[in-house]
Design a protein around this ligand. Structure first.
Ligand code: NAD
Length: 438
């Protein structure tokens, strides 16, 4: 199959590379010349484990190319995927469909043969129907179908998620489009991964419902964690005891500083707006959005308590700024709320992150960047673990505490325990949903 992939971000690039690894001929398009220049010279513009090797393999095999020229990319395509951003629209919480619709129009103007126009971006219910209208209006003679194919990959494990998905969701209107999509995903089909074929609207809804459910699960355990702190329970034991119930499951049940990232915050907001627009309020999702904001605020209060009520003149070392480990993505990361709040309250903040500096430097003004956690912690008054990178999971805590001015630890990912901190010589320790000291 010949595939064009519009957008070479976290989803488009991973999807394009993986499709080419299936054996398809893939052309990836982006309108950002810097990205295309990097890709053409063999560099990967994002950090995603394993992507560089898989990309190089398929470029070498002649199945994967990159271009700025959308018309050229779709020339012989059987399917063209739209994988551009759908950020939150300023002001009203809606998904901003400007990039999707612009791409649809560009495709329509350049297309001259039958193709399936597939939306991979996360888009509100009704968007694929709008894409159909936009394309038909821009090129009335074009023979085409639209398809909805939402993506469920997780950054940091994106290749594995794409190659071994829990399921692939495909929304279509015609048998012809269903056949093209089946041909594209045939390599997975042969390995027995389920393909759920639906109408367009159900496919669009599945993506929002799944993300809102996962955000709800995280938020639920974060709320339980707050109560655990009040009643003397340990949220790690509580989530273990809950998660072993097969009906609940242990995933997305880790208490932390609130969910972030490029999907959950924007997709929960968009779902809430879709509900309001259709007079069918998403009350649970609306509560989740509010509680998640409260969780981030509660984190700041925790840190303030740990430094005795004032950040003035205090030095804080923050380990991890990306929204989760194994990615360089900073979009809606909890660090973007917590770090500026500490800087604003008078703290001198040092940060370290294995991949976060490139994006983070512009987003976190007024902080100092360090290459390793030990250097960042030296002479500090508070150490904050904000992202659970492997690099921070087995620190020599004795060495850290001995080098600090005031050995206080805020473990916002529950990596360590009170006992670990006490034994290592910390004078104060706090985490999420568990008793601390100091
Ligand atoms: P991104 O911002 O990383 O990438 C989008 C890319 O599209 C950018 O490189 C941009 O330059 C390019 N682009 C925009 N308009 C274009 C056009 N007209 N022609 C060519 N290129 C164009 O976004 P992302 O994180 O990859 O997300 C893309 C979509 O996938 C979103 O709807 C998102 O919700 C969804 N999604 C993301 C993830 C994730 O983990 N990031 C997971 C599942 C779904």
């Amino acid at each position: 199959m010949k595939i064009a992939m519009i957008g070479t971000g976290y989803v488009g690039l991973v999807s394009g590379v993986c499709f080419s690894d299936f054996g398809h001929e893939v052309v990836c398009v982006d309108k950002d010349p810097r990205k295309i220049e990097m890709l053409e010279s063999g560099e990967v513009p994002i950090y995603e484990p394993g992507l560089d090797l898989l990309m190089a393999k398929n470029v070498d095999a002649g199945r994967l190319t990159f271009t700025l020229d959308l018309a050229e990319a779709i020339k012989d395509a059987d399917a063209v995927f739209i994988a551009v951003g759908t950020p939150t629209r300023r002001g009203d919480g809606h998904a901003d469909l400007t990039y999707v619709m612009a791409a649809a129009e560009e495709i329509a103007k350049a297309a001259d043969h039958y193709m399936v126009i597939v939306t991979k971006s996360t888009v509100p219910v009704g968007t694929n129907a709008k894409v159909r209208e936009v394309v038909a209006a821009a090129n009335p003679d074009l023979d085409f179908d639209v398809a909805s194919n939402p993506e469920f990959l997780r950054e940091g494990a994106a290749i594995d998620d794409f190659m071994k998905p829990d399921r692939v969701v495909v929304g279509v209107e015609t048998d012809r489009a269903a056949q093209v999509m089946a041909d594209i995903y045939r390599p997975l089909y042969l390995r027995d991964f389920p393909i759920v074929t639906t109408d367009l609207e159900s496919a669009e809804m599945i993506k929002y419902a799944a993300n809102a459910f996962l955000a709800t699960k995280i938020t639920f355990i974060n709320e339980i964690a707050a109560l655990c702190e009040k009643v003397g329970a340990d949220v790690k034991q509580v989530s273990k005891g809950m998660g072993l119930d097969g009906r609940i499951g242990n995933k997305f049940l880790h208490a932390g500083p609130g969910y972030g990232g490029s999907c959950f915050p924007k997709d929960t907001k968009a779902l809430a707006r879709i509900g309001q627009d259709h007079a069918s309020p998403m009350v649970i999702t609306e509560a989740v959005i509010k509680i998640n904001e409260d969780v981030k605020r509660r984190m700041f209060d925790k840190l303030l308590d740990l430094v005795g009520g004032s950040f003035n003149g205090k030095t804080v070392a923050v380990l991890g700024v990306t929204f989760k480990p194994n990615t360089d993505d900073m979009r809606d990361a909890p660090s973007l709320t917590i770090v500026p709040a500490m800087v604003g309250a008078g703290a001198e903040v040092r940060v370290t992150d294995p991949q976060g500096k490139r994006e983070g430097e512009a987003l976190l003004p007024g902080v100092q960047w360090y290459d390793d956690p030990y250097a960042a912690a030296k002479d500090a008054d508070l150490l904050v673990i904000l992202t659970e990178w492997n690099e921070f999971r087995a620190l020599d805590l004795k060495r850290v505490s001995a080098s600090m001015n005031d050995a206080r630890l805020a473990d916002l990912r529950n990596i360590y325990s009170s006992r670990d901190a006490k034994e290592a010589g910390f004078v104060a320790y706090d985490s999420i949903g568990r008793a601390g000291f100091g």
